[in-house]
Design a protein around this ligand. Structure first.
Ligand code: GAP
Length: 455
């Protein structure tokens, strides 16, 4: 596995240490961020479960996206659609015809590979012999990536349906309804976050290429004369989001698609790429989809999806600028970005430098001794009504700090033997490890100010 230097994302001076995916995968499982789905049955390739910390991180990321893309804008509205659509949707969208990868089978080990990846991944039998040349491969043929299911009790062709391979198609099929219901006028956008499914031939790199994953997508409808302007505007908005969640110029960049790389629906596309331990890889796409989707759904459904400009009376099909962020890939990038190893007074310290907005636990309440658990629990319960806090009274205080550092908790609150007398707790900040005494009554405001200032 190749290695890069882990970088810190927040203030402070993180030491630079190499991070391997093995280290991250093992930390994610042992601390309850992410682990294989159906693990006690040896897992199922391409499916992952998020544990107690992972679900908080993922929810915080989705909330940050929703806040900036939907709530802070007066030109974007949100929806939450069904995962299964009418099968004609996927004919209209072009997925039945075009959504495939070239695939080859190996007659020796009976496994299936992506034809464009066989050079770096020989089959398990030939791997022992050490050469891809030893694979006994079939000719490449197209393999559709959509996951099929049957709706209702029968398993006839008429009951076949697909689990959506992208979340945006119900945005297009619901375009007229949502525009009218929300009284939106072009230019405006419709956003949704949800599950998508792709029968990837070779899921790999932890959650990076999964078969079930989440997307946060926004489709922005505009007049044809404004498509370049909106493409540029969304491109900038998305990069500023990635900076706000902690990525830097050193590990996030744009990469423009060459004409022969473009998806069947795209006229232009740029990937937001992150520098993973396995190289620069896409975490989000910004696409100019033109009028492909609305025109096709109009044709296939027979419904008119044209809009009329109230002033000029011009009738036209809006163009679509899409931003499509992979939630799981971005979570993975956040964990890679945050993972830091440093040395403090001769001892190794692991710190997950997540921004306070994204950190799974905002503060940990730690009584110095179990004898102090009653008042400390009281403080914990007060705070728990407002934010995700954690209570821990086991082990020495240094070890408890380290456990919180490792999962990214920005603040630790220690209730000590002076607290009952002076009414104060010690607040320790994760990155600088600085400590200050703060009145227990004002801890909530203190935390809110710090969390808000950092977001
Ligand atoms: N609606 C456009 C669309 O789906 P895409 O580039 O195929 O575009 C968008 O996917 C994002 O979804 C990607 O940038 C990636 O972050 C995420 N994604 C795609 N396939 C994925 C997979 N197999 N596993 C995890 N995330 C995936």
């Amino acid at each position: 596995m190749s290695e890069i230097s882990a970088t810190g994302s927040a203030a402070g001076e993180p030491a630079r240490h190499p991070l391997s995916m093995e280290t991250l995968v093992s930390l994610c499982a042992s601390r309850g961020f992410i682990y294989p789905s159906s693990e006690i049955y040896s897992g199922i390739a391409g499916f992952w479960d998020y544990g107690p910390l992972g679900v908080e991180l993922k929810n915080n990321l989705k909330a940050a996206w929703w806040q900036r893309v939907v709530r802070e804008r007066d030109d974007v509205v949100g929806i939450d659609s069904a995962i299964v659509s009418h099968p004609r949707v996927w004919e209209a969208s072009g997925h039945v015809e075009h959504f495939s990868d070239p695939m080859v089978d190996c007659r020796t080990c009976k496994r299936r590979f992506r034809a464009d990846q066989i050079s770096d991944e020989p089959c398990s039998v030939t791997k022992k012999k050490g050469s891809v040349q030893d694979c006994d491969l079939t000719e490449a043929r197209d393999f559709n990536l959509m996951l099929q299911t049957h709706v209702g009790a029968s398993v006839e062709a008429s009951s076949e349906a697909y689990l959506r391979p992208e979340t945006c198609q119900p945005i297009f099929t619901g375009f007229k309804r949502v525009r009218e219901a929300s009284r939106s006028k072009v230019p405006f956008g419709i956003a949704q976050i949800g599950k998508a499914f792709r029968n990837e031939i070779t899921p790999r790199n932890f959650t990076f290429r999964s078969r079930e994953f989440e997307q946060a997508e926004m489709e922005f409808f505009c007049h044809p004369s404004e498509r370049e302007k909106w493409f540029e505007s969304w491109r900038e908005a998305r990069m500023s989001f990635h900076r706000a969640i902690g990525f830097t110029e050193a590990n996030v960049r744009f990469r423009e698609h060459a004409q022969d790389e473009l998806a069947h629906y795209a006229r232009a596309a740029e990937d937001v790429e992150f520098l993973f331990p396995f190289g620069w890889q896409e975490i989000e796409g910004v696409h100019d989809r033109g009028d492909w989707d609305l025109t096709r759904h109009s044709e296939f459904s027979g419904k008119n999806l044209i809009v009329t400009d109230e002033e000029t009376k011009e009738r036209y099909t809006p163009m679509v600028i899409e931003t499509s962020m992979g939630v799981d890939r971005t979570c993975l990038a956040l964990l890679v970005n945050g993972y830091t190893e440093e040395e403090v007074q001769g001892e190794k310290r692991n710190v997950m430098r997540l921004t306070p907005e994204l950190a799974p636990i905002k503060a940990a309440v730690l009584p110095l001794s179990k004898k102090l658990s009653e008042p400390a629990r009281g403080l914990y319960q007060d705070l728990a009504r407002r934010m995700n806090v954690f209570y821990d009274e086991s082990g020495n205080i240094g070890r408890r700090y380290r456990r919180q550092d490792e999962v990214g908790t920005p603040f630790c609150l220690t209730w000590d033997f002076d607290s009952a007398e002076d009414g104060c707790v010690t607040i320790r900040e994760r990155d600088s490890m600085s400590q200050e005494r703060v009145s227990a009554d004002s801890v909530l405001n203190y935390l809110r100010d710090r969390l808000e200032a950092a977001s």
